[in-house]
Design a protein around this ligand. Structure first.
Ligand SMILES: C[S@@+](CC[C@H](N)C(=O)[O-])C[C@H]1O[C@@H](n2cnc3c(N)ncnc32)[C@H](O)[C@@H]1O
Ligand code: SF4
Length: 348
């Protein structure tokens, strides 16, 4: 199979042009066709010489995401189930806020991390997505928004998969997204979420970007975190915290801690107090998320009043905390749920 043109950063396209005996500016023209004009056919790139268009078509393919289903929520959230060339399915969600539109992208088909509350991991990991397959989710969604003159202004890497186990593809995706000659998404408007893959956190800290980092913490201590997230046995709580301290010292950037509240499991006042103690004095923010129901799991949601109490305990200790506003609840926007249903349906 030919490589996807979306797999290539502008720097790599320049190298390719150089090897093909073309001036570097041809790569910039190509990049503009791909990400500013959002054209998906080399033949339409009319300021490139005909011979070059033919060579590009010979060397590269486009990622085609077939729309298996699309659900639109009352609040404007749109959830796509896209089919890939090898018949795998992935989810992408577009959320509309009063400050702009954001997209939640998937980085792997499934996930091998095995968090006990997550639908994405139910069938294990099938494969990594290439950078181009992550890019295609944004371009395809943006093409649809072009029809109503809307723009994607922020990205969260919070769809299925662990981005830091598909590190290089995720970084190339980010390089393509932030480039000022392409879609030019502001770095501070992008968030990468990880379950805590420690070596990648160090690597990411050294990249020198302004991109936000979120950590799925979900427990205030080692023992409970290991129960909820088996990855904690590979990279224990304290090692994760140590890597985050390095990240903060290196980048000066605030970290977001994601904490899904699960009724009776990690949502008691003593959990809030322990978490407050661990995070006190850290440049951080806690995002409290009422756990999304996953039919295969028995977890229940924390009552509203207890969520507020959890938040109050953190705030009283000086730890900034917000409760995530839920979007697309009526369309099962919780990541992995739509794909899990699709797989179940196919297996029948
Ligand atoms: C699906 S993960 C993808 C990114 C990365 N693998 C991670 O764990 O951070 C994105 C976020 O969704 C959260 N999540 C997964 N299942 C959830 C559920 N049932 N309810 C609420 N949040 C959930 C994760 O903990 C994580 O914070
Ligand atoms: S929460 Fe993230 S790391 Fe955990 S299983 Fe789901 S996608 Fe994988």
């Amino acid at each position: 199979m030919k490589p996807f043109i979306y797999d290539y950063t502008l720097e790599r396209l320049r190298e390719w042009m150089n090897e093909a005996g073309q001036p570097a500016f041809r790569a910039d023209q190509l990049f503009d066709w791909l990400y500013v004009k959002r054209v998906c056919d080399f033949e339409e790139m009319t300021n490139l010489p005909k011979m070059l268009r033919a060579r590009l078509a010979e060397a590269f393919g486009f990622v085609t995401l077939s729309e298996i289903t699309k659900f639109e929520s009352k609040d404007g959230t749109v959830k796509f189930l896209f089919g890939l060339h090898d018949d795998h399915a992935i989810e992408t969600v577009v959320m509309r806020h009063n400050y702009g539109n954001s997209i939640c992208v998937t980085t792997q088909v499934g996930c091998r991390i095995g968090c006990t509350f997550c639908a994405s991991t139910l069938g294990g990991l099938k494969r990594n997505l290439t950078a181009g397959e992550i890019v295609a989710q944004v371009v395809t969604a943006q093409q649809l928004l072009d029809e109503t003159d809307e723009r994607i202004s922020s990205i969260v890497i919070m769809g299925s998969g662990e981005p830091f186990e598909n590190y290089e593809a995720t970084m190339d995706f980010l390089r393509i997204m932030i480039h000022d000659k392409g879609l030019h998404i502001g770095q501070r408007h992008i968030t990468v979420s990880t379950s805590g893959i420690v070596p990648s956190i160090y690597k990411f800290a050294d990249e020198g970007t302004q991109i936000n980092l979120a950590i799925s913490i979900h427990a205030p201590n080692d023992a409970l975190r290991s129960k909820l997230m088996p990855v904690n046995r590979r990279f224990p709580f304290e090692e994760v915290m140590e890597s985050l301290r390095y990240y903060m010292a290196k980048t000066g950037r605030r970290i977001t801690f994601e904490y899904a509240l699960i009724g009776g499991v990690n949502d008691r006042p003593e959990h809030a107090e322990e978490l407050a103690q661990v995070l006190q004095g850290m440049l951080c923010h806690v995002n409290l998320i009422p756990v999304n129901h996953v039919p295969e799991r028995k977890y229940v949601r924390t009552p509203r009043e207890d969520i507020f109490e959890f938040q109050r305990i953190l705030e009283r200790a000086g730890v900034n905390a917000t409760i995530r506003r839920e979007q697309g609840h009526d369309i099962e926007a919780a990541c992995g749920q739509l794909r899990a249903k699709h797989m179940e349906f196919q297996a029948r």
